[in-house]
Design a binder for this molecule. Sequence first.
Ligand code: ADP
Ligand code: ADP
Ligand code: MG
Length: 456
Amino acid sequence: MTIKKLLIANRGEISVRIIRAAQELGIATVQVYSDADAESLAVKLADEAVNIGPPQAAKSYLNSEAILAAAAQTGADAIHPGYGFFAENAEFADQVTAAGLTFVGPSGDVIRLMGDKVSARQVAAKAGVPTVPGSAGRLEDLTAARKLVEEIGFPVMIKAAAGGGGRGIRIVSSMEEFDRQAPQASAEAQAAFGDGGLYLEKVITKARHVEVQLLGDGERVVHCYERECSLQRRRQKVWEEAPARALPEPVRARLCAAAVSLALAVNYRGAGTVEFLYDDDSQEFYFIEMNTRIQVEHPVSELITGLDLVREMILIAGGEPLRMTQEDIAIKGHALEVRLNAEDPTQGFMPFPGVVGDLRLPGGPGVRFDGILYPGYQIPPFYDSLLGKLLIWDEDRNAAIERLQRALKELEIGGLKTTKPLFEALCRDKDVRAAAFDTQWLERWLDDNAATLTHE
Ligand code: ADP
Ligand code: ADP
Ligand code: MG
């Protein structure tokens, strides 16, 4: 093991998760933090902490100079980027490597290839992985784009090549709308992601979101089966599970093999996820993107396989070959994750930062909580609203939902409004119980049911 001191260039629950994995490996940890995060759980748990600037992410968590200076100052020899922020930024990965440090993730070149959604589509197509019908490359001129729109047919999706986190996606239903939205979408993508590049995709309706977890060491790639993340609001996942119950076994095998072949095509090294849309009726799946990092919902795969994915990605970054073969990885039982956000689902998911009051975290068999909470902690208003992830394992999906209901009943987060009432209601819903949903299901459900949600 070559990594001795790991700097975490992130915040929130993923920092806590990475610190835990590092400590179990005997690796010292350095947590960087903004002025708004001085009292965060990650800062308390890390061996060392270094202030890197003001609350605005652009001046702290997206300030590569400050982060590299913190690494030099503390003698850290590796940087873990978590998710969001610099996690899929190829220049940052290059800077880390140029400074003589280990980046916990793939090389800048692989991030450049697979983090850009347009070039990733091209790699997928070349590797024989089915992609959503759409543009072959970036939209260069409007006349060619309009012609393509005619071919694809409405509704069509305009997507930002550099988009992520559910942002940078628009659906248009007429040419008039397309003419109006395309320039706006480009300007917005330029402002949000520093890259105005756009591409087009056919809108796949009644699809499920399924994604395959991978680990690669640059030579071999193994998959850790799939997750289903169809329950989304504004294209952001709110409830995830593993495995995807609706997948017939032969489809699961084809899906996982497709993801592995894509990663092998770029000699993938690290943890990564290949995302697909899946159509129950035709049993076809279509590549949408690859995330070249650890994902928020990675623990559901850990719960069904018994692996520690963050531990494995750190070991791989340290130069170790994969410690397992595909035959070593099997699915046991069923796992669920719900994202507890500091948002009020009875008020249109309005952010609700505040001070944590009385706190009771659930426990017992099959229950795990990955979060940032302690009594008296003031949730800063500057970042995403994820407070923690309630994770459930049980022998099958029905039992897991019962267990989730039980754990939600135990969970008490005083002082804040959270998304807990949404999950209590979803646990009781017959479609959720039957796993009868697609990526638009939750939006429709909220139209009909949001008004009935209450905080006790
Ligand atoms: P992000 O990078 O923001 O995660 P994705 O390309 O993964 O963007 O898409 C996010 C979500 O948007 C998907 O999980 C799915 O619900 C929806 N989506 C994306 N592409 C399509 C498509 N072509 N048709 C229908 N829904 C889509
Ligand atoms: P996951 O697939 O792990 O759920 P998400 O796409 O939901 O990943 O993104 C995880 C986190 O990273 C979220 O906090 C999201 O806001 C952030 N994120 C992802 N991609 C980007 C991006 N390109 N720009 C800004 N934030 C991003
Ligand atoms: Mg995605």
